[in-house]
Design a protein around this ligand. Structure first.
Ligand SMILES: [Zn+2]
Length: 270
């Protein structure tokens, strides 16, 4: 059973200390996927300085050289891998970035090339800002051949670009829904990667304020029972002492399971 961790929102606004505080005692055992925003525009979020909340100014990652060299070292030490987390992460009047921005293919192409050259790494995974991906957004990500790590992925064929694998994947999810006695509205994280023609998708379990160890263990045990894998998704800026305890307890539990292997998120799609 593969177990991975994804952390969202590293950007120009992030300090090395903020990442070390949460993962400094973890990333030697468990590689962390940093889902990075290449040209972040501030919004109301505690991890972003207040003066940037409404500035509308795009801040390229390279303008924070201390963070860039820190992340490059982390990559070289195999403590982290890098995913693309939108382009600016800005909200539009019509929705979140990968629902409403007009130029999604260009945002993916430019953002990916920028991170790969600045950080000297490969980027093969896309994490949608706010976990929101429209049909058009999904088409752009798929055309770029990036795999998607989501949290509330929709499997409804009507919300997806059509391709020949769509119905089979939808049926697999329906079978899982029935087998786990969920109705249509119950939350569901399908524990296997779903492969499409040019990309694959995997759903993560959220670690957010209010998440308990008990809930995570239940979700973990369900994934294990169905022969699946498990990815935990969080935001470093949201991890306080309570959430850090939940995270540590979960990892301790997972490490004790004989079948568990901690992997970089990229391996979830292998
Ligand atoms: Zn985000």
């Amino acid at each position: 059973m593969k177990v991975a961790i994804r952390d969202d929102d590293t950007s120009y606004f992030t300090t090395p200390d903020a990442l070390t505080r949460v993962y400094g005692d973890i990333w030697d055992r468990v590689p962390i996927c940093l889902a990075i925003v290449p040209f972040a525009i501030g919004y109301e979020q505690p991890g972003i300085p207040r003066e940037h909340w409404h500035s509308g100014q795009s801040m390229p990652l390279h303008c924070n050289p201390a963070l860039v060299s820190f992340v490059r070292e982390l990559i070289a030490a195999r403590r982290v891998t890098v995913a693309l987390h939108g382009y600016t992460h800005q909200d539009f009047p019509g929705g979140y970035e990968f629902q409403a921005a007009p130029d999604l293919p260009e945002r993916i192409e430019r953002g990916r090339a920028y991170l790969e050259s600045l950080l000297a790494c490969r980027v093969t995974v896309f994490v949608p800002p706010h976990n929101a991906l429209s049909k058009r957004g999904l088409a752009a990500v798929s055309a770029a051949g990036l795999n998607v790590l989501g949290s509330f992925l929709s499997f409804r064929p009507s919300l997806r670009p059509w391709e020949w694998r769509t119905p089979a994947n939808w049926w697999a999810v329906q079978r899982y829904r029935r087998a786990t006695k969920r109705n249509r509205r119950d939350p569901l994280v399908y524990p296997h990667a779903l492969h499409y023609a040019t990309h694959a998708e995997f759903g993560c379990h959220s670690l957010v304020p209010g998440t308990t160890s008990e809930a995570l263990l239940r979700q973990f045990e369900e994934a294990e029972r169905w022969g699946g894998d498990f990815c935990l998704a969080t935001h470093y800026w949201e991890v306080d002492a309570t959430l850090k305890r939940v995270l540590d307890a979960f990892l301790e539990f997972a490490a004790r399971q004989p079948r568990v292997r901690f992997v970089p998120v990229e391996d979830l799609f292998a």
